[in-house]
Design a protein. Structure first.
Length: 448
C-alpha cells in the first residue's frame, strides 16, 4: 500500500511551491516570484503525528490555456488531482478572489476529493481578515497562512491529518525502498530526457516539449518491470557553472546535481545532432567524481540518417577517455528505437556494483597486478601496497594501506583501477581506490 497523496493545487504564483517546501522542511520545489515556475509534478514525503503522506506540488492551472507549455502543465495538474487522496486548494489573500479561482474551485469540487482551502500570503492580521471572501468558493473554512513566514502551517497539517484515509495508520510505511534501482536521466537542456523517461515508464509523468528548459525540477517516478523496481529521476538541463543564470536556472542545476548524487546509475543523454559538447563532458566529469554507473545515451539518432555509430562511439570514447568503462547506446525517443535495451543494461551495471570480494582475494589479485607494473618510486623510496580490503559497494570501494601515500601517482592509480575492474568483472562500473598510510582507519572519509 502506498502513502496517501496530497496534491497542492491553485492558479500560478499563489505560493504552492513555498507551501510544499515549508511542510517538507527543505527546499524541494523551485520558488520564484514568477508565474509558471513549477511545470511538472514535484513529490515530497512528509509526516504529521503518526501519519505519513506524500505531497505533490503542481504547476499553476490556467483554464482555457492556449500555449503548449501551459496546456501540458494543465494536464499534469489534472493528473495530480485524479491521483490524489486529498487536495490542498491554495489562493492568494493579497490578490483576493479571482475569476480563475472560481473556475479552479469548480474543477477540484468535481473531483469529489476532500479539500483543504488555504489562503496564503496572510502576512499580518489585517490581511487575515480578508480570508472571509473565499467562503464564496464553497470549499469550507479558509485557513489563513503565510508560507513564506511559516505562519499557520500547523493548522494546514491538522486539517490534512483529519482528512487522511482511515487506512493511513494501518501500514508501517518505509520511506526508502532499498530494492529499487535509482536512475537519473541527466544532460543538457532539450536533448530529449523527458521523452526517454516517458518511453521507459510507459506513461506521461513529465511535461514533454521541444522548448528548451521545460523540466526545471527533478521528478521521481517509481515503476516496476520484470519484477525489478526502479525510481527514475528526470532532471533539469545542466549547464556549466559559468553559464548558469540567476534564479530559476541556478536552482535547476542544484536540483539536477542532487539527483545525480542520489542515483545509482546515470543516463547521460547527448543529442546526436550536437554530440560531445563541452557541457556534456563537464557533466560527465561531475558524474565520474561521484563514481556513478553511467550509460551514454545518444538520442535523436532518427534525425541523423547517415549516422556512423562506430565513428560516433569512437568520438565519444575519445572525449570520455577518463571513463573508459562507459557503454554507449543509440536510441530514438520518437521512434522507440533501442529504448527497450536501456533498462536491461541499467540492471546489469547495478548488479556489477553490488559485487563484494573477500579480503584474501583482493590481496592476492593485487599482488599479481603489481608484478606486472612495479609501483612508482621517488629517489630511494618506492610505494608498497601492504594490505587491501573492499569496504563498500555501489560504488565498489577498496582501501589500500601503503607505506607512504604521497608516492601515489595519478597514472598508477588509473592503472590499478583499470586492472582491478578487469580482474573483478566491473566491466561497466567505476571503482574507488582510497589510499591510507599504515595505522589509519580503513573507513573511507566522508565527502564534504
Amino acid at each position: 500500500m502506498t502513502k496517501p497523496l496530497v496534491a497542492i493545487v491553485g492558479r500560478p504564483n499563489v505560493g504552492k511551491s513555498s507551501l510544499l517546501n515549508r511542510i517538507a522542511g527543505k527546499k524541494i520545489a523551485i520558488t520564484e516570484d514568477m508565474p509558471g515556475t513549477t511545470r511538472d509534478r514535484i513529490f515530497a514525503d512528509s509526516q504529521w503525528s503518526d501519519r505519513q503522506f506524500t505531497l505533490v506540488d503542481t504547476g499553476g492551472l490556467v483554464p482555457n490555456a492556449q500555449d503548449e507549455i501551459a496546456q501540458a502543465a494543465n494536464s499534469q495538474v489534472i493528473a495530480a488531482i485524479n491521483d490524489s487522496d486529498i487536495i490542498i486548494f491554495i489562493v492568494d489573500i493579497k490578490t483576493g478572489l479571482t475569476p480563475i479561482d472560481k473556475e479552479l474551485a469548480q474543477i477540484v469540487r468535481r473531483s469529489d476529493k476532500p479539500i483543504v482551502l488555504v489562503a496564503n500570503k496572510a502576512d499580518n492580521t489585517a490581511l487575515e481578515m480578508h480570508a472571509n471572501e473565499f467562503y464564496a468558493l464553497g470549499l469550507g473554512d479558509p485557513i489563513s497562512i503565510s508560507a513564506y513566514h511559516g505562519l499557520g502551517i500547523y493548522d494546514v497539517l491538522d486539517a490534512v491529518y483529519q482528512k487522511l484515509p482511515a487506512t493511513a495508520t494501518e501500514e508501517n510505511y518505509n520511506n526508502t525502498d532499498n530494492t529499487a534501482i535509482r536512475l537519473a536521466i541527466a544532460g543538457r537542456a532539450n536533448v530529449g530526457k523527458s521523452t526517454i523517461l516517458n518511453a521507459l515508464v510507459g506513461q506521461e509523468r513529465s511535461v514533454v516539449s521541444n522548448i528548451p528548459g521545460t523540466t526545471r525540477d527533478s521528478i521521481d517516478t517509481a515503476f516496476s518491470q520484470n519484477e525489478q523496481k526502479y525510481v527514475i529521476i528526470d532532471t533539469a538541463g545542466i549547464r556549466r557553472r559559468g553559464k548558469i543564470e540567476k534564479g530559476i536556472e541556478r536552482y535547476s542545476v542544484y536540483s539536477s546535481l542532487r539527483a545525480v548524487k542520489s542515483a545509482d546509475i546515470v543516463l547521460l543523454v547527448m543529442d546526436a545532432t550536437e554530440v560531445g559538447t563541452a557541457q556534456d563532458i563537464h557533466l560527465a566529469g561531475l558524474v565520474e567524481e561521484e563514481k556513478k554507473g553511467v550509460i551514454v545515451v545518444i538520442t535523436k539518432c532518427d534525425l541523423v540518417f547517415d549516422l556512423d555509430r562506430n565513428r560516433f562511439s569512437e568520438t565519444i570514447r575519445q572525449k570520455l577517455r577518463f571513463m573508459p568503462y562507459v557503454p554507449v547506446m543509440f536510441v530514438s525517443g520518437k521512434t522507440g528505437f533501442n529504448l527497450k535495451n536501456i533498462l536491461p543494461m541499467v540492471k546489469e551495471i547495478y548488479l556489477e556494483r553490488q559485487k563484494r570480494f573477500a579480503t584474501k582475494t583482493v590481496n592476492s589479485t593485487l599482488s599479481r597486478i603489481t608484478t606486472e607494473q612495479m609501483p612508482p618510486r621517488e629517489g630511494r623510496r618506492q610505494l608498497k601496497i601492504l594490505y587491501s580490503t573492499q569496504v563498500g559497494i555501489n560504488p565498489p570501494i577498496f582501501v589500500m594501506f601503503v607505506n607512504d601515500k604521497s608516492l601515489i601517482h595519478f597514472s598508477y592509480d588509473r592503472f590499478l583501477q583499470n586492472r582491478l575492474r578487469e580482474e573483478f568483472g566491473f566491466r561497466y562500473s567505476p571503482i574507488s581506490l582510497i589510499y591510507k598510510n599504515r595505522g589509519e582507519s580503513k573507513e573511507p572519509e566522508e565527502k564534504i
